[in-house]
Design a protein around this ligand. Structure first.
Ligand SMILES: [Mg+2]
Length: 408
């Protein structure tokens, strides 16, 4: 088969391209017309607090993380009676700036929801999806998979908690076992105990013992990652890895990210013939932070925080790595219940999503049963918007008393 077109084929291809462009323009006009019908009438914000199934202890830098996830949630209602809901922080002043405006003013095709709410755009995506009667992931391109791999990011230093110190590593195995029963098939294990909680050598020995014990328990098909929260340097990272072998799916924040150091780490992994990928970037606050890492291919896995970036900026980063097939997105998500669902909408939208992080906690307010979970994967629903259902009675009783609202 030849790739050259004869004249007739060329004319046909050009005509169909032009027709495609016309169709796209018509479609964009139709979407804008539909969104123009919806005027924002009211915005409400409240703190959503969810209980974790266990106490989460220290990581290499921070003390005990506690029993709860806490996040701000926005409800954005229109004069047509539909409402968007999502995680996001803003002020009453910024929220007021949206009142009376129509949704078409904020939807930028191929770019995202650009509004005075900035990165707190989850609820706006939910709202636009509902207004157009389309899942929000389709607005983000609809190029991802229906079932997305997720991981349990909550394996902290619970062997060091006073209440579990006696049980030591066995306590972590109990936690992994419980999470496996729930359906998890991937775990991120915190390491770097020697950074400040244990004597350096003893800390690394415990880190190694923990990873090996979890591997023995979970079996070879479960994905294991580690996160040192910058508690190692290049040398100690390699010593730690050499004690384990080619065991880890990715390694996160082994030391403060830096192009030259990360390239050296990648080179060392390559020399060993390992598949382990290098992940970093949760403290980045803007897309261009990643430019140098993308250009030099110093990182394999980019981890912008899902809430700190918002969906539009995550999408922008996804477009930046298009064509670099070895680089994928695995957003950071901690301290949030809805951050998981926000990631999943992104994941089904974009072509380069690796896996989603869960900070396991339970919500009485949201019915998330449309997000089915089995064998380590969660299904992203086909519902209009982001697929979350808020229970009105629970909201009224528990959250309304401390919420703030701006309206026309
Ligand atoms: Mg981390």
């Amino acid at each position: 088969m030849t790739t050259h077109l004869n004249r007739r084929e060329f004319v046909q291809a050009a005509a169909s391209l032009a027709a495609g462009a016309r169709l796209l323009a018509t479609e964009m006009t139709r979407v804008a017309d539909d969104l123009r019908k919806f005027k924002i009438a009211q915005i409400t914000s409240f703190l959503h607090v969810c209980r974790r199934p266990k106490l989460v202890g220290k990581n290499s830098h921070l003390d005990v993380h506690g029993w709860e996830t806490r996040e701000n949630v926005l409800r954005i209602a229109t004069d047509q009676g539909i409402e968007g809901v999502g995680v996001g922080s803003t002020t009453p002043e910024k929220a007021s700036a949206l009142i009376g405006h129509t949704l078409d003013e904020y939807w930028k095709p191929g770019v995202g929801m650009i509004s005075p709410l900035g990165r707190a755009d989850h609820a706006l995506f939910d709202l636009a999806g509902k207004a157009l009667n389309q899942p929000a992931w389709r607005l983000l391109g609809g190029q991802g998979r229906e079932w997305i791999s997720i991981y349990d990011g909550g394996i902290y230093f619970n062997d060091l908690l006073p209440e579990y110190q006696e049980r030591g590593v066995a306590r972590l195995l109990e936690e992994v076992e419980e999470s496996l029963k729930e359906g998890h098939r991937a775990f991120k294990i915190k390491v770097g105990r020697g950074f400040k909680w244990m004597e350096a050598e003893a800390g690394v020995r415990r880190d190694i013992e923990v990873v090996k014990a979890i591997r023995r328990l979970a079996g070879k098909d479960v994905k294991l990652m580690v996160d040192a929260n910058n508690g190692f340097n290049l040398e100690t990272t390699l010593k730690f890895l050499d004690a384990l072998g080619d065991e880890l799916f990715f390694i996160e924040e082994m030391f403060p990210e830096q192009v030259e150091q990360d390239l050296k780490l990648k080179e060392s992994l390559k020399e060993r013939g390992w598949k382990t990928r290098v992940a970093d970037g949760e403290s980045a606050r803007d897309v261009d932070h990643f430019d140098a890492y993308i250009q030099s291919e110093a990182l394999d896995v980019l981890q912008p925080d899902i809430r700190a970036f918002g969906l539009s900026r995550q999408w922008e980063l996804s477009r930046k790595i298009a064509g670099k097939t070895q680089i994928q997105l695995a957003p950071h998500n901690w301290g949030s219940f809805l951050g998981l669902h926000m990631q999943l909408v992104l994941a089904r939208g974009i072509p380069n999503f690796l896996l989603a992080e869960q900070d396991r906690s339970a919500s009485d307010l949201f019915d998330t049963s449309a997000f089915r979970f089995q064998e380590g994967e969660m299904r992203v629903p086909d519902l209009p918007g982001c697929g979350l259902v808020l229970r009105g009675d629970v909201y009224k009783r528990k959250y309304e008393p401390t919420a703030w609202t701006v309206m026309a």
